[in-house]
Design a protein around this ligand. Structure first.
Ligand SMILES: NC(=O)c1ccc[n+]([C@@H]2O[C@H](COP(=O)([O-])OP(=O)(O)OC[C@H]3O[C@@H](n4cnc5c(N)ncnc54)[C@H](OP(=O)(O)O)[C@@H]3O)[C@@H](O)[C@H]2O)c1
Length: 328
């Protein structure tokens, strides 16, 4: 079996996590071939640390490298689009961090470019590939809680990063919606599809990004979702799915759950644990590898139409809470 030859764009926190996951894989499954940073010394240090053969000080050079099959993009949100366009032009497969882009217009342009180039493209919504979330899909599809009527969840954390970090930096697409809210919206989208009505309220902080949002979604068939995210309190995020014949709780943290609690129609409770291998970020890599070997251009578990629809939902929420990004 020929290994998937990965190139990583960025040398920050997520780039390190995924570099460790790739290098921990069997050498016939995946190899970390190259890295791109904005500065050569950083790229060189990263490539030495993780054993990548080549390094670049420009993501364009990495995208054009004929020795790369797939790019993992781990730069701030605002940098995703340009990098994905470059990869699409070079016909390279892409796994791009969440949020996929800043808005739906950007997402649409990237998806069209990848489709023109015929290359695989996927949002790195890693939670969808974890064992617990796979079980959520299976339980709901099998009718274990009946018809889903409501989804209720959220979480809060107080950031330990400064105003220059992308989380609070408007120029880099900051704000809690795109950073954390996207996980909750992805889960509601996975089970209920795109919302038919969206109502949101939010608080914009001193750096010009949203620091707290409350979101109400309506879906075809009448199901609703009540979601919140905040940077002003502390609560590890969880989510409950209420059906007309039972209830399912995805334990905290909802983006990396290991425990599901199911209540049947009589209220009987069962708790099951779903251990995660490694950091948990490796499952999405396996999905990419399988897709590439099968010649697929997208993942049936994280399809591009859903990535686009989630971006549309976030655009609507941002319009309602009064958050725009530079250039919009
Ligand atoms: N899936 C998850 O669980 C998860 C968790 C956290 C973050 N993320 C996502 O992953 C992406 C990266 O997050 P991170 O936490 O890894 O960020 P980070 O630690 O700040 O690293 C981002 C890297 O991007 C590069 N970069 C390129 N343009 C940049 C710019 N204008 N400003 C700053 N850095 C720039 C930098 O590498 P060079 O200096 O080498 O160019 C930097 O090290 C974000 O989109 C974020 O939403 C996902």
């Amino acid at each position: 079996m020929k290994p998937v030859r990965w190139g990583i764009v960025g040398t920050g926190r997520m780039a390190c996590v995924l570099a460790r996951e790739i290098t921990a894989m069997q050498p016939d499954a995946a190899v970390l071939e190259a890295v791109a940073s904005r500065q050569m010394p950083t790229a060189r240090a990263f490539s030495q640390q993780y054993g990548a053969a080549r390094c670049f000080d420009d993501f364009r050079a990495l995208a054009k490298d004929p020795g790369i099959d797939a790019l993992y993009i781990a730069t701030p949100h605002t940098a995703h689009r340009e990098c994905m366009l470059e990869a699409a032009a070079a016909g390279k497969a892409v796994l791009c961090e969440k949020p996929f882009t800043i808005n739906a217009v950007e997402a649409q342009s990237v998806i069209q470019a990848a489709q023109r180039g015929g290359a695989f493209l996927m949002e790195a919504m890693w939670s969808r590939f974890l064992p617990a979330i796979a079980e959520v899909r299976s339980l709901v599809a099998s009718g274990a809680i009946g018809q889903v009527q409501m989804m209720v969840g959220g979480g809060a954390f107080i950031p330990d990063r400064g105003a220059d970090h992308y989380l609070l930096n408007r120029a880099l697409g900051g704000g809690v919606l795109l950073d954390a809210g996207v996980y909750l919206l992805s889960l509601t989208s996975m089970l209920l599809g795109p919302p038919t009505r969206i109502q949101a309220t939010g608080r914009i902080g001193p750096t010009g990004v949203d620091e707290q949002d409350a979101i109400l979604l309506e879906h075809a068939g009448g199901a609703t979702a009540l979601l919140y995210v905040s940077l002003h309190a502390r609560r590890s995020p969880d989510l409950e799915i209420l059906g007309d014949a039972g209830r399912l709780r995805i334990g905290a943290p909802v983006f990396k759950p290991t425990r599901l609690t199911l209540w049947d129609k009589d209220g009987a409770e069962s708790v099951r644990d779903f251990p995660i291998q490694g950091s948990g970020y490796g499952y999405q890599l396996l999905e990419v590898h399988e897709a590439l070997r099968a010649g697929r251009r997208e993942s049936p578990i994280m399809p591009l139409r859903e990535t686009l629809s989630i971006m549309h939902t976030m655009d609507t929420i941002r319009r309602q809470i009064g958050l725009t990004y530079p250039g919009e």
